[in-house]
Design a protein around this ligand. Structure first.
Ligand code: KG4
Ligand code: ZN
Length: 367
């Protein structure tokens, strides 16, 4: 079964063709990082406009890369032949930046109607988890625990079978990726913050600055909305800010965007290393607690942009067995993972989405 995946949840315009949920025939990603480096973060309106420009060329490239059909005379004929091969279209439906999601979903809806293909609206976090099924020699086994770490989410999800998700821990405030991005900004490191922090951390001392681990308690112990596996990252971000202010001898009223000019390169490296060390420790600590709570777990999967972090990968492999980590080009946002997730939805009996009504009834949960 050939699925065309489309992904536009944030600042990557992506399309891919995946065979049977595992084999990547094409995987095209056009990133807007160069645009947003200048601003130090994503500007939703600009992101949506960039998606609009890139969307159709990206879809066409994904189709042509997957089915080159060199015997045909031109790209128009090749595209027609490629569309004949496609069984279904899958698109990231939520969560993400609204304007960005609209470009992807409207494109997918239109293409589904035009080419008479079933449409699958896929949850973004589900797709990140299914990146672990792509190209992997061995496949994750159920029940599994997935640590989903991205720019917008930090969750531990338990799966007992395909297409079944239970969120057993989640962040109560910031996501870990967002925390990497914000700390990078304080330190004057370029966007996106995750890779910049890692790069600077290589020359830093991870034990130079001590930051507190969050201690979360439920305001009401019987309130099922809170779990002892929850995360919190907003305190860590503030702790870094305070420590930087102290290191350069400035009061808390000093503008945070000016702090970077007062830091030495070694201080920046040490802050990056100390922050990365504690942020990854916090993730591992909760994953360990989750494993204690669910001893029948057979695999651990990392998922989302932060799963590209070398230190997190190393610590996960050191502390757990049967660990699955997406390949580097599949850890960030891409459309191959969307197609993979849709394949397992179809295998699980999920019915296609009506392309005429998608977006009219927003879905808030993973389903
Ligand atoms: O999954 P993703 O590409 O987009 C969302 O769904 O949010 O994740 C983006 C996040 C950003 O916060 C980025 O800084 C972080 O992933 N990230 C990293 C690394 N590479 C990307 N964080 C830590 N270390 C990295 N190497
Ligand atoms: Zn993502």
């Amino acid at each position: 079964m050939y699925i065309l995946g489309i992904e536009t949840s944030c600042d990557e315009t992506a399309a891919a063709v995946v065979k049977d949920g595992r084999e990547i025939l094409s995987n095209v990603v056009v990133s807007q990082i160069d645009i947003f480096k200048e601003y130090g973060g994503v500007i939703p309106e600009i992101a949506a406009r960039s998606h609009l420009e890139a969307m159709l060329p990206v879809v066409n490239k994904a189709l042509l890369d997957a089915f080159p059909n060199e015997d045909l005379s031109d790209d128009r004929a090749r595209l027609t032949a490629a569309w004949d091969k496609i069984d279904s279209i899958a698109v990231t439906h939520t969560p993400g930046l609204l304007g960005s999601l609209l470009i992807g979903t409207l494109t997918a809806r239109t293409l589904a109607i035009l080419h008479k293909k079933p449409l699958y609206a896929v949850h973004h976090l589900k797709s990140h988890i299914y990146a672990n099924w792509l190209k992997s020699e061995n496949l994750p086994e159920f029940p599994l625990l997935a640590l989903v770490v991205s720019g917008g989410h930090t969750q531990i999800i338990r799966m007992e079978k395909h297409n079944q998700f239970e969120i057993i821990g989640t962040t109560r405030d910031d996501a870990v990726g967002e925390c990497f991005d914000k700390v990078a900004k304080i330190l004057g490191l370029p966007y996106p913050g995750g890779p910049s922090i890692s790069k600077a951390a290589k020359n830093g001392d991870p034990n130079k600055y001590k930051f507190p681990h969050p201690r979360l308690t439920s305001p009401n112990r019987t309130d099922h909305r809170y779990s002892d596996l929850d995360f919190s990252f907003s305190g860590l971000k503030t702790a870094v800010l305070r420590e930087v202010q102290q290191a350069v001898g400035k009061p808390i009223s000093f503008p945070s965007h000016e702090l970077k000019n007062l830091l030495t390169e070694q201080q920046i490296n040490d802050f990056a290393a100390s922050f990365e060390n504690i942020a990854t420790d916090i993730l591992i600590e909760n994953l360990k607690k989750a494993l204690e709570k669910y001893p029948d777990t057979k695999s651990i999967c990392l998922a989302g942009g932060v799963s590209a972090n070398e230190l997190l990968k190393e610590k996960t492999k050191n502390h757990f067995q049967n660990v699955f980590i997406p390949e580097l080009n599949l850890s960030g946002d891409n459309a191959a993972m969307v197609a993979a997730a849709a394949y397992y939805e179809i295998e699980s009996g999920v019915v296609p989405t009506d392309p005429y009504t998608l977006n009219i009834y927003p879905r808030k949960t993973i389903s």
